[in-house]
Design a protein around this ligand. Structure first.
Ligand SMILES: Cc1cc2nc3c(=O)[nH]c(=O)nc-3n(C[C@H](O)[C@H](O)[C@H](O)COP(=O)(O)OP(=O)(O)OC[C@H]3O[C@@H](n4cnc5c(N)ncnc54)[C@H](O)[C@@H]3O)c2cc1C
Length: 436
């Protein structure tokens, strides 16, 4: 089959990879001049397969007031006269139930573990160079109460097959000596040895190279914006793009935050909303006391990953700022977090700052699978976990397109499943009627 994948971020490219391996003739379309230039560009670099608990959990409601008032709070809410924002916010709050967040955690863990398996297989087979490393992940808690509650979550995840260890302050310092400056404030840590790191944008660049030289080479239509999908009785007839119409046997929407607009045009509500975050990248020097393990500062919700000779620091969730501008106050706040956590970083220069928009769904679950249109598929809404879940999501979608059984139950990330959960897909029943 000829299949067009819309989006050359990490999700679209991994989708193209598994479809190409299945023998399809694949075309990737992207509005940008190269791969991975939007949210996949300078993210936190974490392949954190075991850290998939949704943002929406029961503790959010308790923490919300302090997050919303605090100047340097890791979560900021910019209220707007925007029905999309309020609808997303209400769906998010309704996902903050314990039973819902535990079920989502268990489903995302399955996808995370599948992703880990596939990414390791891809790395062994294709040998892409993207500073991939099995670094392990160490979560540092400075507040005893939040550490106690995290141990509860750890025990829950252990019952689902996660291998994580509870660490004393000294054990944290033994694993990561660069933490010595804040040693006295550590209440405890949780270490997960199975987690990896890598440079997501470099992974995208390498995937483009691999795809272009595949046995059936994948073609790339860059600088090409998909403006709309032209449909006819129950299927997509062609894509209307800035460079003219493009037709194929099947189409995959995998264009990050752009999915909401594109899918909405054909009556599908994927409920993807941009959640803004920031990163800083420090060039290290021989004097740098930087972590080798991937470290998370739980109090400030900041993650640290060493990729090659750089330290990538990422964090913050800004709801309602949908621009990609790099806000100086947020970046300065992130830099202060770094100075507090690793005061002896001795970086080569001022760090490079970046902002990205996470394509987030209210319950943190991506939508992967079929639509009411028989030749239109979705791989969207990976939020804060797109790099981590990309390989598993793409593998699952390729299985579905091939009509073969998959490791992940078919309905788990399906559009219909989400629709019945939230009752929000206004167009779904009308499309079903049209298709039938
Ligand atoms: C600060 C921050 C830190 C993060 N850290 C991590 C992390 O450590 N680990 C992790 O797993 N995830 C992390 N994430 C999340 C991760 O980066 C995203 O989930 C992931 O990049 C989403 O990939 P994507 O391919 O869906 O979207 P994108 O990378 O945004 O790609 C979408 C592509 O579609 C193209 N496009 C859009 N609309 C159109 C159109 N109409 N026509 C043609 N092309 C179009 C865009 O140009 C773009 O190239 C982080 C995100 C942020 C913001």
């Amino acid at each position: 089959m000829k299949i067009v994948v819309i989006g050359a971020g990490v999700v679209g490219l991994t989708t193209a990879y598994y479809l190409s391996r299945d023998g399809h003739s694949v075309v990737v379309i992207d509005a940008d001049s190269g791969p991975g230039l939007r949210t996949s560009k300078a993210n936190g670099s974490q392949l954190s397969y075991s850290f998939v608990a949704p943002l929406a959990d029961p503790t959010v409601l308790r923490k919300l007031p302090s997050w919303l008032i605090g100047r340097d709070s890791p979560l900021r809410f910019h209220p707007r006269i925007d029905p999309e924002q309020w609808r997303w916010g209400l769906a998010f709050l309704s996902s903050c139930r314990l039973s819902k967040s535990q079920r989502t955690t268990s489903e995302l863990l399955q996808l995370g573990m599948y992703s880990r398996e596939l990414i390791h297989e891809l790395v062994t087979r294709e040998k892409p160079e993207f500073d991939f490393r099995s670094a392990g992940k160490l979560l540092i808690y400075q507040d005893p109460a939040s550490y106690a509650s995290a141990l509860g979550q750890m025990r829950f995840q252990a019952s689902l097959g996660c291998h994580q260890a509870e660490l004393s302050r000294q054990a944290c310092l033994d694993i990561e000596p660069a933490l010595h400056a804040i040693g006295d404030s550590i209440a405890g840590g949780i270490f997960t040895p199975t987690e990896d790191v890598g440079d997501c944008m470099q992974f995208c660049i390498e995937l483009e190279r691999i795809l272009r030289s595949a046995p059936i080479p994948v073609s790339f239509l860059l600088n090409t914006t998909v403006e709309s999908l032209r449909t006819e009785v129950g299927q997509v007839a062609c894509l209307q793009t800035s460079e003219g119409d493009i037709s194929a046997d099947a189409y995959v929407i995998a264009n990050g935050i752009g999915a909401q607009t594109l899918a909405r045009q054909v009556g599908i509500d994927v409920q993807v909303y941009p959640l803004k975050g920031f990163s800083l990248t420090y060039e290290l020097t021989p004097d740098s006391q930087a972590p080798k393990t991937s470290v998370s500062d739980v109090r400030n919700k900041v993650v640290y990953a060493r990729i090659g000779n750089r330290l990538r620091v990422a964090g913050m969730v800004d709801i309602g700022d949908t621009t990609a501008s790099v806000n100086p106050d947020r970046v300065a706040s992130l830099a202060r977090d770094v100075e507090g956590f690793f005061p002896h970083l001795h970086a080569a220069d001022v760090p490079s700052a970046w902002a990205g928009l996470r394509p987030a769904r209210p319950d943190s679950k991506p939508i992967i699978g079929a639509t009411p249109y028989q030749n239109l598929w979705l791989n969207v809404g990976h939020g804060a976990l797109g790099f981590t879940l990309a390989a598993g999501s793409a593998g699952l979608l390729a299985d579905q397109i091939a009509g073969r059984p998959s490791r992940i139950p078919r309905g788990m990330f399906a559009l219909a499943h989400h629709t019945s959960d939230f009752q929000t897909c206004a167009g779904f029943s009308s499309i079903n009627k049209r298709v039938a």
